[in-house]
Design a protein around this ligand. Sequence first.
Ligand SMILES: [Zn+2]
Length: 474
Amino acid sequence: MDVRGYVESNAREFIDDLQQWLAIPSISADPDRHPDVRRSAGWLAAHLRAAGFPVAEIWDTGGLPAVFAEWPAADPETAPVVLVYGHHDVQPVEPLEEWDYPPFEPAERDGRLLGRGASDDKGQVLIHSLGVRAGLAARGGLGGSSPRASTVGAAAPPVTLKLLVEGEEESGSEHFADLLRRERERLACDVIVISDTTMWAADVPSMCTGMRGLIPVEVTLTGPVRDLHSGSFGGGVPNPLHAMAALLAGLHDEQGRITLPRFYDRVLPLSDTERALLARLPFDEKHWLAEAGESGAAYGEQGFSTLERIWARPTAEVNGMWGGHTGPGSKTIIPRSAHAKISFRLVAEQDPADVGEAFREYVAAHTPDGLEATVSVGPAVRPCHSPIDSPAVLAGRRAMQRAFGREVLFTKEGGSGPEADLADILAAPLVFVAVGLDADQVHAPNESVDVSLLLLGAQASAYLWDELAAADLR
Ligand SMILES: [Zn+2]
């Protein structure tokens, strides 16, 4: 039986299993639901064991449990090791009144499976348990009809397959980096497959190739020890709000580029191939502006398209600024202080620590005599990046193309999860193979998933192990 045939003949069982799992309300952000998150981990470990994974364990993290499973390759000495990452916790469901159906009573309607977690991320995790069995069936390693069925080697995938399915992704992955460090040896791998992103559209299959990082900062400029009468003192001492306005306005030059020292030194430029591929995505600016809160015009760094600006270029955004008198009526003062919160989105290979340091230097250089500046830097997320010409991404693309029967394009995503930690701590490249869509309404009321895309995803998963086994990953 070939991969497609196996996936299709096991589709009913796959959907039934997924519905069982989706009925468990594993909301990591809600302490009352933590027993359900634990139940969800137990369900998955049992499912993977039943699917044939010789190892399926629940890992304590100090917080909510993760599930680890492993299926060694027929030839574990030479086969590459692939780690699949996903998560089994889900987002909260409030406001409940905006749901057209109960979020934890999964049902099928018009080819979609409805329920919280259907797309993000339980559906996308489960495609791999169907995928690995479809791959084995196609190689003759499952079922009694094949002469190879009785040999042990045939019932093993062409790569050593490891699964790590986290239980705290939707609430900040608090214990995840520590878990990766603690279990570094058992998680050792040649490539990490992330199945927790989206494609451009059902008829435009694509792979994510990077996520921007983030560093938030806050700056305060302080002048006189108290607010001053602007009639008595105005014009004679520096005004912290004036200085703050100049400091913030100076963050960008006339080309929309950020003026921090060394800011672009480590930014990976887009290759011509990458730009050409991005330009082929059917991007409708009017539609995008409507999605962008009815924004009136596109705007940003000169020389780049909107998709390049939001995916592949770093940014500085003022998130808030305040100081002085903001109540009703007028109050003629020179305020004692001015405040602003700013966040930088970073792209590979920028280092958040460098950017924080550059911001401190920038503030020092833009603080007039007589004012004092204090800067605080919040917790950062590093950017991550998968080069489109790397062996792992090319293997992933071939697997997706075999499943979808058409060319697979590339996207990037704005959000950042635990991907950078995975790549850094396990020292392996990332490849994003996922079949979610924006239309799935993840994190929002009425989450659902296109069942036919999950089944194509299971086929892509089946092909992926062959493609990665054949790729030169080491
Ligand atoms: Zn997710």
